[in-house]
Design a protein around this ligand. Structure first.
Ligand SMILES: Nc1ncnc2c1ncn2[C@@H]1O[C@H](COP(=O)(O)OP(=O)(O)OP(=O)(O)O)[C@@H](O)[C@H]1O
Ligand SMILES: [Mg+2]
Length: 386
């Protein structure tokens, strides 16, 4: 039986969810030919913080593992992400976290930016079929076969819509205020931001676009300042943590970069508001969902200008969770169409519950773990009643 997976392949971070547990790790691929890093038994470990796979005879480190240990690591940032096999490696590497059988049949829902939906067919063609992956954990290695017969590509931000209106049992929340009216979604990512519109539950491409502006827009300036003031040369992919925490270590001492960071964030937010106003008649929108990892940090600059806006619940993972909800919704419909003898749709759900809380750039969470929710008013139901 195929298992439902929601997979959000951001330029900055991969987010993946199977309805029970989720993982977030940086979209960085590095060579893994120099041998396996050896744990000295001190650091905290989760599946996605030490992700190493072999595919087609080559070894790769992924995510934080690549940032820490690869002599050659990179984040593919070109608009089409056509550099080598990176996207495929990240896709399969993420799925390997859920491969518990020898043959794993996944039904994956994933997203592309609204402005890149023309690439969907090509993307599916590259990934459909069977893939043999070897996953390395500690000293052990195990081979898994990943079968991808069903891959569905949707416009990226609609995941955050589904995360709100569908529950994780694939049921529509019937009285949800986002089900009717004109809904805007602003998904602020690492390299791009997407604007999408849903009118009475239908995606409306005429009011959607992707702009090449995300949180990493400021990384170059931050890297420049660090180099000028502290002689610190940092690859941009190492800056996430510094930006999230607002400090960077120089010779073992923390240096505060909050002021610099906030100034840059303010500039990015202003540019995004200009984009929103140029495409949307803001007053016509009943609700606006601010989502994406960038949404979390820019929300406070945007909300004063967009009174109907709310930050999506757990905005970093909202798309991935919504894709899963959609996959599960479809699987249940299909099971219902085939009749009771086709088996319980429950078997589409998956996995064993797990793991650690949210923190740092790599993280795992289990669904229902409310500790990763960090305040802010996000209850659309409540806002609809105001
Ligand atoms: N825990 C966090 N706290 C604050 N900010 C975070 C956190 N995690 C991620 N971010 C910010 O969110 C940004 C990435 O957001 P997101 O994961 O939505 O991007 P993406 O989907 O990978 O990118 P894109 O949409 O351009 O493909 C990071 O650059 C980081 O600054
Ligand atoms: Mg994104």
């Amino acid at each position: 039986m195929e298992r439902c997976i929601g997979l959000d392949m951001g330029y900055g971070f991969i987010k993946i969810d199977d309805g029970r547990e989720g993982h977030v790790f940086p979209s960085v691929v590095g060579e893994g030919e120099s041998g396996m890093p050896m744990s000295l038994g001190i650091g905290q470990r989760t599946g996605s913080s030490e992700l190493r796979i072999s595919y087609n005879g080559k070894n790769y480190l992924l995510g934080d593992y690549a940032i820490r240990h690869s002599r050659l690591a990179h984040r593919g940032l070109s608009p089409t992400r056509a550099e080598g096999d990176d996207l495929k490696i990240l896709f399969l590497g993420a799925l390997s976290l859920y491969a518990r059988e020898t043959i794993n049949n996944f039904y994956v829902v994933t997203g592309l930016p609204p402005g890149r939906m023309h690439m969907a067919d090509d993307f599916v063609r590259q990934l459909r079929g069977d893939h043999e992956v070897v996953r390395h954990t500690g000293a052990s290695r195990f081979g898994v076969s990943i079968r991808l017969e069903r891959i569905e590509v949707v416009p990226q931000p609609v995941g955050s819509f589904w995360a709100e209106v569908l529950d994780d049992r694939g049921q529509i929340r019937g009285d949800h205020p986002l089900l009717s009216g004109r809904i805007g979604i602003i998904d602020i990512g690492f390299r791009t931001s997407d604007f999408a519109t849903v009118i009475d539950g239908e995606y409306s491409p005429g009011f959607c676009k992707t702009v090449p502006l995300g949180i990493s827009f400021g990384y170059e300036e931050i890297a420049q300042e660090l180099s000028t003031h502290y002689g610190l040369e940092r690859e941009q992919y190492t800056l996430d943590d510094a930006v999230i925490r607002g400090q960077v270590n120089v010779s073992g001492r923390p240096v505060d970069i909050v002021e610099l960071r906030d100034r840059i964030f303010g500039d990015i937010a202003t540019k995004l508001l200009v984009e929103a106003r140029s495409m949307w008649q803001i007053q016509e929108y009943d609700h606006i969902i601010i989502t994406g990892g960038g949404g979390r940090v820019l929300e406070r600059y945007l909300r004063p200008e967009l009174p109907q806006a709310q930050l999506a619940q757990d905005s970093v993972t909202a798309n991935a969770r919504g894709y899963y909800n959609w996959a599960y919704f479809n699987a249940q419909q299909q099971a219902a169409d085939l009749g009771p003898s086709s088996g319980d749709a429950d078997s589409y759900g998956a996995g064993s519950g797990s793991t650690a809380g949210y923190g740092g750039s790599t993280s795992s969470y289990s669904r229902g773990d409310t500790s990763r929710d960090e305040g802010g008013s996000r209850d659309f139901r409540a806002s609809g009643e105001q």
